[in-house]
Design a protein around this ligand. Structure first.
Ligand SMILES: Cc1ncc(COP(=O)(O)O)c(C=O)c1O
Length: 396
């Protein structure tokens, strides 16, 4: 037995974790699990709208073939890659199935970005940005450059100004359609402009696109990949089928696709053959899928309208987006209310939201609310509670 003095402390964690914190939203979700709280904080699709019976039937069918219990290719099963490619108008070889689209972001960060000791990489993100992407870029130690998000999506004129001033990003990350958290969509003009900038300055665009099928009135503009071959397209079954499948994908040109395959081998060897088989069968069943999506669009559309209307009526000092797809409304207080302070009072009143600072330091007076998980009556009650919290903070 070594004496106490000769026991060395355990080796520290890798330096790349310095300053990387847990997602504020994940932490918040833990607080808002209380049953008396109406949580508008999570970004969760409604489990009652997930096709549980259909999934159960397909799982039973799939398990009759023992191959669904086996390992599969690192890039995913062939039927799923073919189905994803057919829906996107791409070649199946360009598809890599990932463990949710979050894994695609993580793998892409490793494949495209250099760590600070290797010279570092510059990455453009939207302001506000999807926190899951920020975490991946932070973990590598990329230098982040925030470009404002406007009603038309990423402000490509502001980006052009930064590029003209010398910025040379490796990647521009965009949630182009029904933004999380911003609720807005990149206009066709700006898609074209962004694609032109990518050609001129040689960066990759990551189009992070899990919400495109959740449109409420009219379909969104064509995907960025129709404008340029500098696009890496990400998609997911999480918001349209069920997050538990953990089936997302990336459609990427060579050599990015090959590099991702290599890194994915070390991450997980392969995804789940079973859930990929389920996803392939559901996504390939056009008639069923269309009916299912039509149902989701109707219900989520009603909820989006109910939440927007209640916020406009009850909290006029909150200027909000009016999303025509996705799951989120983004609001900004016109009187400078600090939303992280407001949250405490809101939780006392029985409602939760995500303060804007989670998505970027400039957004202290903004908040994100999710309309997907609650019915219109609950959403209206949640807004009533929020209005009481706002009134109470104005009184102090
Ligand atoms: C913009 C965006 N990208 C990616 C993801 C990750 O989703 P998943 O890994 O479930 O596909 C989310 C989840 O909320 C998201 O909002």
């Amino acid at each position: 037995m070594p004496d106490q003095d000769s026991i060395a402390p355990a080796a520290p964690l890798a330096r790349r974790l310095d300053g990387v914190s847990s997602s504020a939203i994940r932490d918040l979700l833990a607080i808002t699990q209380r049953p008396d709280i109406i949580s508008l904080a999570g970004g969760l699709p409604d489990p009652s709208l997930m096709p549980a019976d259909r999934i159960s039937t397909v799982v039973a069918e799939a398990l009759s073939e023992r191959t669904t219990l086996q390992y599969t290719a690192t890039v995913g099963t062939t039927p799923l890659r073919e189905t994803i490619a057919a829906r996107a108008g791409a070649h199946p070889d360009a598809v890599v199935v990932t463990h949710g689209s979050q894994q695609a972001l993580s793998l892409l960060s490793q494949v495209l970005l250099d760590a600070p000791g290797e010279g570092g990489s510059d990455v453009v993100v939207e302001d506000p940005a999807y926190t899951g992407a920020l975490q991946c870029f932070d973990l590598i130690g990329a230098r982040l450059h925030r470009v404002p998000l406007t009603a038309d999506g990423l402000d490509t004129d502001a980006l052009e100004g930064m590029l003209a001033a010398g910025l040379r990003p490796t990647v521009v990350h965009t949630v182009s359609t029904f933004h999380n958290p911003g609720g807005v969509t990149l206009s066709p003009r700006r898609r074209r402009h962004l694609a032109d900038l990518a050609e001129r300055y040689g960066f990759w665009m990551i189009e992070d696109n899990p919400y495109a099928d959740l449109w409420y009135d009219t379909p969104p503009p064509a995907a960025l990949a129709t404008y340029s071959d500098r696009v890496i397209s990400l998609g997911s079954t999480s918001k349209i089928l069920a997050p538990t499948l953990r089936v997302g994908w990336m459609i990427a040109p060579e050599p990015v696709r090959a590099a991702v395959e290599l890194v994915k081998q070390s991450a997980d060897l392969c995804g789940s053959t079973l859930t990929q088989t389920v996803a392939a069968r559901l996504l390939a069943d056009d008639g069923w899928l269309e009916e299912h999506l039509t149902g989701l669009r109707r219900v989520y559309g009603e909820r989006a309208r109910a939440l927007s209307a209640a916020l406009a009526e009850r909290i006029p000092r909150l200027s909000t987006t009016h999303p025509d797809g996705g799951m989120f409304v983004w609001g900004t207080f016109t009187d400078g209310t600090t939303t992280s302070d407001l949250l405490e009072r809101a939780v006392d009143e029985g409602v939760a939201f995500v303060p804007g600072a989670a998505f970027g330091p400039a957004h202290r007076s903004s908040l994100r609310v999710c309309f997907a998980t609650a019915d219109p009556r609950t959403l209206t009650e949640g807004v009533d509670r929020l209005a009481r919290a706002v009134d109470a903070s104005a009184v102090r």
